[in-house]
Design a protein. Structure first.
Length: 328
């Protein structure tokens, strides 16, 4: 048996309940893993609220780290006793023990702690595919300006550091001076407090009127128009989240009028559709973390039984960096 967090219907944080679930043996292509720490992500709130609907009942959670207890037929990249971490579908990480597909589970280097592994997989792999694979048509070169919304969040603080390591000038946005300072401390070249500044105008000032080559936007509806206005000709708007709600239908003629712009809506798990692609992305993430160029900021820790408060704090924008559930 294992303690787990389950919802029986979509709704608010009050729907998150601690239950006991039975965990069996792994089948073909599966493993059983005992978690040591679990990562929280904003996508968890979408799945709980119903913005991303799922069949009920649902165990939440998309990333964790722990020790492999059993391995099913056909799994060759993991063995019993391995330290492992993952960002994976289907949800179900808010639990002490689970059986799950092995395809997106990776061996965790000894130099990386379980807490760091749980905190970094979904957010770090997201930063990886954005900065390395989701690129404007003209590419990115050292010295180029990019705009990154929610720069003081979990993905944002990793992206600030990684962009600096790549020689990019990341302009971060955040909702307070404190969060802007945090982004600067983690490698952002500039930070804009969008609660009191027009970020599109500031971007134009910072870039000498040119705009940025790419905007990485996890906010969605509230930032869409100004994100478009922040782009230079042939620029790319990559919308990878819906923090303020989904972007409404768009007049494609707007992209022509603003300078032959590109818009994409990428997802992490499209990039992680195979074992080979997952491992290559994870290797890149592990390497940049072990080099010291990127540190994983864990700014909030909650016990499993305090998950309702964790969700409230996530949705109230009270968190910075990464958030984890600890398992005693």
């Amino acid at each position: 048996m294992s303690k787990a967090i389950r919802i029986d219907r979509h709704g608010g944080p009050e729907e998150l309940k601690i239950v006991d679930v039975e965990v069996g043996e792994p089948g073909a292509g599966e493993i059983r893993i005992r978690h040591r720490a679990v990562g929280l992500n904003f996508i968890d709130t979408y799945q709980r609220s119903g913005l991303y609907p799922f069949k009920m009942p649902l165990l939440l959670g998309m990333e964790a780290a722990g020790v492999v207890e059993a391995v099913g037929e056909g799994v060759t990249h993991l063995q019993v006793g391995d330290r492992a971490a993952y960002a994976s579908q289907p949800p179900g990480a808010y639990t002490e023990l689970r059986v799950m597909p092995a395809v997106n589970v990776c061996k965790l280097p000894d130099a990386i702690s379980f807490e760091t592994g749980a905190a970094m997989m979904l957010k770090g792999l997201t930063a990886q595919y954005l900065l390395k694979k989701t690129l404007p048509v003209e590419g990115l070169q050292k010295g180029d300006f990019i705009l990154f919304h929610a720069a003081a969040g979990g993905v944002g603080l990793i992206a600030c550091q990684w962009a600096k390591a790549l020689g990019l000038q990341l302009i971060g946005t955040a909702g307070s001076d404190t969060k802007c300072q945090l982004a600067l401390e983690h490698g952002a070249a500039h930070a804009i407090n969008y609660s009191r500044e027009n970020f599109a105008e500031r971007v134009r000032e910072i870039t000498g009127g040119q705009g940025v080559k790419v905007v990485y936007d996890s906010v969605g509806k509230d930032t869409f128009e100004s994100s478009i206005d922040s782009l230079r000709p042939f620029g790319l708007l990559a919308i990878f989240g819906n923090g303020s709600g989904p972007v409404p239908p768009v007049d494609l003629g707007l992209l022509a009028r603003k300078g032959s712009l590109y818009v994409t809506r990428p997802t992490l798990f499209t990039h992680m559709s195979s074992r080979a692609s997952t491992q290559a992305m994870a290797d890149d993430l592990f390497a940049v973390v072990q080099s010291g160029a990127v540190e994983i900021p864990i700014d909030q820790r909650y016990k499993l039984e305090d998950v309702q408060q964790a969700h409230r704090d996530l949705e109230a924008r009270k968190t910075t960096g990464c958030t984890i559930l600890t398992l005693d």
